[in-house]
Design a protein around this ligand. Structure first.
Ligand SMILES: Cc1cc2nc3c(=O)[nH]c(=O)nc-3n(C[C@H](O)[C@H](O)[C@H](O)COP(=O)(O)O)c2cc1C
Length: 215
């Protein structure tokens, strides 16, 4: 009986010692975790988040008729910590409007007659536009150029003192001269060469482009 009791006491002592070691190890691990977590977040803000790096205010303005450019724009905004602004025609494009295989469709008529490309926008100037240092402008490629609903956004805003970075999505066409054409329409701003993405741009592609921009 006595023998068993002291056995139990020894066991209890060992269990307490093991528990203490586990507790100390857990505390040490938690400490290390906090340390590495801190440095990880510092390095991610250093590489991916331009706004955090140089305290720049960034806007991603985009026109998207069927969602592809919108999705790319959202990924850019997420990566850079930017605000989003959707360039919206007063008269939005339906699927029928966008059917370029149909001779009489809206896009075909607008494509053939330049005066029809003067698209009125719901809102032309984003709130607090003056405060932005960097403006991304996104659009789909239509017939090898920027879709014209972005034209009035570009023409009717003052980009002086801002870095402007065009980007587009397309089935296969390159960005071509579309960025340069918009730059001429704008007449102001420090325009960078832009980037073309596929219809389903991945977050990784977007991240690696943003990292290279070194905002
Ligand atoms: C009217 C029209 C013209 C297009 N022209 C081209 C073109 O010249 N080259 C190309 O690669 N894709 C072309 N596309 C495909 C779009 O650029 C592509 O689907 C884009 O990702 C659509 O973006 P969104 O979903 O943001 O509107 C055209 C699409 C439409 C509706």
């Amino acid at each position: 009986m006595k023998h068993r009791k002291s056995d139990r006491n020894r066991k209890r002592g060992r269990t307490t010692a093991v528990a203490a070691v586990i507790t100390i190890a857990a505390l040490l691990l938690a400490g290390c975790g906090a340390g590495s977590g801190g440095s990880a977040s510092e390095s991610s803000s250093g590489s991916g988040n331009g706004q955090a790096k140089k305290d720049r205010k960034i806007l991603v303005a985009y026109f998207s008729a069927s969602g592809n450019t919108k999705s790319a724009a959202e990924k850019i905004a997420e990566e850079t910590g930017a605000d989003l602004f959707e360039i919206q025609p007063e008269d939005s494009y339906s699927d029928e409007d966008l059917d370029w295989t149909e001779e009489e469709s809206r896009v075909n008529k607008e494509h053939e007659k330049k005066s029809l490309q003067n698209i009125r926008l719901k809102k032309t100037t984003p709130d607090g536009f003056d405060e932005y240092d960097v403006v991304f402008i996104g659009y789909p490629i239509w017939w090898g150029d920027a879709a014209w609903p972005v034209n009035n956004f570009v023409k009717d805003n003052d980009f002086s003192g801002k870095t402007v970075i065009p980007f587009c999505t397309s089935t296969s066409s390159s960005i071509g001269d579309s960025g340069d054409n918009l730059k001429k329409m704008a007449g102001t701003g420090n325009w960078q060469s832009g980037e073309r993405f596929s219809e389903n741009a991945s977050s990784d592609e977007i991240k690696s482009w943003i990292d290279d921009l070194n905002l």
